[in-house]
Design a protein around this ligand. Structure first.
Ligand SMILES: [Zn+2]
Length: 217
């Protein structure tokens, strides 16, 4: 899943308005933020296998540290605890914990059975990725609801708050569709490096426009 994870972060703003959108997005994206560096340092592995599912050419056969349910719970608890220590803002802490956990369940719905329960444990997946229309309908619907909740929770303070936000949403939608139409990458590094850069850029960008939006009372 891709923009569906962003949807969770956008929606969370409604429940934890004082927490930066960048933090609220980092939570549901957490497993996918860890994955590129873990691939690059060789802790996790994948191979390019066109046709693995209809939606993606990735064979995700080994990613226990970023994508097992038990490790998700560890990351969720660590991230939420750190947030609690720094801010003592309970809605944000709860949103972070649920956000990080949500990644496993959303990937479980979309992936074929490659989502481990714990490192070395049994793997599960419902395989929504075997249907391109099914995947896109679910993700577009989630994204629409998430962005709508964010728009209901905040209003632009200035041009940056309006246009940097709109550009962000547009870029995610274009990237999501363009990715379906482009040829598969040739190596894991060709997946990991853009993933790493994209993750950092999208979080900094969200932090930037979110500061230019006010909470609606
Ligand atoms: Zn994932």
């Amino acid at each position: 899943m891709f923009i569906g994870h962003f949807a969770v972060g956008f929606a969370a703003k409604k429940f934890a308005p004082r927490t930066s959108l960048a933090v609220l997005l980092a939570a549901p994206l957490f497993s996918d933020l860890l994955w590129p560096p873990f691939l690059l340092i060789g802790w996790e592995h994948m191979r390019i296998d066109p046709g693995n599912t209809k939606f993606t050419p990735f064979d995700l056969y080994d990613y226990p540290w970023s994508h097992s349910l038990v490790m998700c719970a560890v990351w969720a608890t660590a991230f939420a605890f750190l947030h609690h220590l720094i801010t003592h803002y309970r809605p944000g802490t709860i949103a972070i914990w649920i956000g990080v956990m949500s990644h496993w369940f959303l990937d479980w719905i979309t992936h074929r059975p490659d989502m481990p329960l714990y490192p070395g444990g049994p793997r599960y997946g419902l395989g929504l990725w075997d249907s391109i229309p099914g995947t896109m309908i679910v993700e577009f619907a989630m994204f629409g609801i998430g962005v709508w909740l964010y728009v209901r929770a905040t209003r632009p303070r200035d041009r940056i708050g309006r246009y940097a936000f709109l550009a962000y949403v547009a870029l995610l939608l274009v990237a999501y569709v363009a990715d379906r139409c482009s040829p598969p990458p040739t190596s894991p590094a060709e997946v990991a490096w853009p993933g790493l850069v994209m993750g950092v850029v999208m979080l900094v960008w969200a932090w930037w426009f979110d500061r230019h939006r006010a909470i609606r009372e």
